[in-house]
Design a protein around this ligand. Structure first.
Ligand SMILES: C[S@@+](CC[C@H](N)C(=O)[O-])C[C@H]1O[C@@H](n2cnc3c(N)ncnc32)[C@H](O)[C@@H]1O
Length: 251
């Protein structure tokens, strides 16, 4: 079984919620429509939507949102949150490589480091292809990634360890960057009272040239790179300081 298949269970979702910066979700949900160039009523695909962190506020702002995720636990939480907030969200359980959509969406998002989970480059390319197929001509695909330039601090097979407090959990993080494979790997051990949970995740880190060619090969006509979701700060001017690489690709 691949690590991502059962990663987003109830505890990991808890941890994910605790790891977010104060106000992060509100800020992201507020900035997204502008960079996505969408208007109220437009349809947005939230790929790897998780528990609906962004899908719910986007639906509340008047967008028609489809959330796709592999995790049934996350989708159950999304459905409850939609109901609590009296919004409709289409929730689809699917692998991001095989999306059942054609020419449907005015925009698509892949947020919070959800791209690069597959060992195989072809599989990661397939995700961009699947998005392209599901999007209308002129639609924007937005992918938020770790900044590949700041990964250089992990270069040379360097490893590190941190202990952090996240919500109700004490978390030991062991990270490493596998230079030869451009893979960022993180092992988490969470403690809360008698509970001890160990998990790890692994992401392939792509640079701007690789991302640009993947998008172009999938039929995106223009690819732009930003340092954040405002769409004002060029990635190239801020690549030494930004934690993010935001890819904006026009279908
Ligand atoms: C870090 S979370 C991000 C959630 C959401 N995008 C956000 O910004 O809060 C990554 C999500 O990707 C989902 N995921 C991982 N592999 C997947 C796959 N192969 N197909 C669909 N979803 C997947 C996980 O279940 C999880 O919900």
């Amino acid at each position: 079984m691949d690590w991502w298949e059962n990663y987003f269970d109830k505890e990991t979702i808890d941890l994910h919620k605790a790891s977010l910066a104060l106000g992060q979700t509100d800020t992201e949900a507020r900035l997204l429509p502008n960079i996505l160039e969408v208007e109220s009523g437009d349809s947005i695909l939230d790929l790897c939507c998780g528990y609906g962190r962004l899908a719910v506020p986007l639906a509340m702002a008047g967008y028609r949102v489809t959330g796709v995720d592999i995790s049934s636990t996350a989708l159950d939480q999304l459905k409850s949150a939609a109901e609590e907030n009296s919004v409709r969200i289409r929730a689809v359980q699917a692998d991001m490589r095989s999306l059942p959509f054609t020419d449907e969406f005015d925009a698509a998002i892949l947020m919070n480091h959800s791209f690069g989970v597959f060992h195989n480059d072809l599989d990661n390319r397939t995700v961009i292809n699947a998005c392209a197929r599901g999007m209308r001509s002129g639609a924007v695909l937005l992918i938020e990634l770790h900044n590949p330039a700041t990964m250089s601090e992990f270069l040379g097979g360097a490893k590190g360890t941190d202990v952090v407090r996240m919500g109700r959990w004490d978390v030991n993080l062991d990270w490493s960057y596998i230079d030869s494979e451009s893979v960022f790997q993180m092992r988490f051990v969470w403690h809360r009272g008698q509970r001890r949970i160990e998990k790890w995740h692994r992401l392939k880190i792509y640079d701007v040239q690789e991302l640009e060619s993947m998008c172009q090969e999938s039929g995106f006509s223009r690819v732009e790179f930003y340092a954040d979701l405002t769409g004002d700060r060029s990635y190239f001017e801020h690549r030494e300081s930004t934690p993010y690489l935001v890819v904006k690709a026009l279908r």
